[in-house]
Design a protein around this ligand. Structure first.
Ligand code: GTP
Ligand code: MG
Length: 148
């Protein structure tokens, strides 16, 4: 089944949004397959956002990600990469729809609370980077009530 990498950024942790965010993915019908709470080092944050290294905001972005602990997660389910991005909302909270995580809980693009992989390919790369040990192994007993 498809998996995505979701990270609650340091502002989401500081603002007490961890439970709310996890709850939204759980209630949707996706399955939590990996979870860790950790501080990341600068070099690791730079690796995670390597595709953005040429951007003028890259330094500030790395500072933001290392500024406190983050919640790193693997979520699994049908179309979870794309649907996860919809649950999160547009990158700039000024454009995120109400009802999305960024639309409901964020104001500025540089403090947008959460990360989600933008494609199946980046999801696989990010999961390998953050969870080299791989996902946890379990199946939800609710599966047949969520998936046809
Ligand atoms: P992520 O899920 O965090 O990867 O966001 P995204 O995929 O919606 O956007 P993108 O990968 O293009 O940018 C990664 C992160 O860099 C964003 O979530 C923002 O926190 C930050 N960022 C992107 N564009 C800007 C910008 O123009 N200014 C600032 N300050 N930060 C930006
Ligand atoms: Mg991105």
């Amino acid at each position: 089944a498809e998996q995505t990498f979701i990270m609650i950024k340091p502002d989401g942790v500081q603002r007490g949004l961890v439970g709310e965010i996890i709850s939204r993915f759980e209630k949707k019908g996706f399955y939590l397959k990996g979870l860790k709470f950790l501080n990341v080092e600068r070099a690791f944050a730079e690796k995670h956002y390597a595709d953005l290294s040429a951007k003028p905001f890259f330094g500030g972005l790395v500072e933001y990600i290392v500024s406190g602990p983050v919640v790193a997660m693997i979520w699994e389910g049908k179309n979870v990469v794309l649907t996860g991005r919809k649950i999160i909302g547009a990158t700039n909270p000024a454009q995120s729809e109400p009802g999305t995580i960024r639309g409901d809980f964020a104001v500025e693009i540089g403090r947008n609370v959460i990360h989600g992989s933008d494609s199946v390919d980046s999801a696989n790369k990010e999961i390998a980077l953050w969870f080299p040990e791989g996902p946890a192994n379990w199946q939800s007993s609710q599966h047949k009530w969520i998936y046809e």
